[in-house]
Design a protein around this ligand. Structure first.
Ligand SMILES: [Zn+2]
Length: 85
């Protein structure tokens, strides 16, 4: 199997929760470690997205960071599957 090209488009997911990930960042004002709790909305495949953190200790100070949603399609193995198997 040969896979060519670059995956593009949009995930078409209104609320893309980053399940399984724990993303933390230090508040730039007070240094407290903040856990990311929000989700992405319609993230672009391989696109740069923003995530937001809220520091309650700094009067609900909001700050963001940039992440990239990398999605890759790879061949798992060389097994030939029979349809309906
Ligand atoms: Zn803070």
């Amino acid at each position: 199997m040969k896979i060519e090209g670059e995956l593009t488009g949009n995930l078409e997911i209104k609320r893309f929760y980053l399940e399984g990930l724990k993303i933390t960042e230090k508040c730039p004002k007070c240094g407290k470690e903040i856990i990311h709790k929000t989700c992405l909305s319609y993230p672009e495949i391989n696109g740069i997205e923003q995530i937001w953190f809220v520091c309650e200790d700094c009067d609900d100070y909001n700050f963001g960071k940039r992440i990239q949603v990398n999605i890759s399609i790879i061949e798992v193995d060389d097994k030939i599957l029979e349809y309906g198997e």
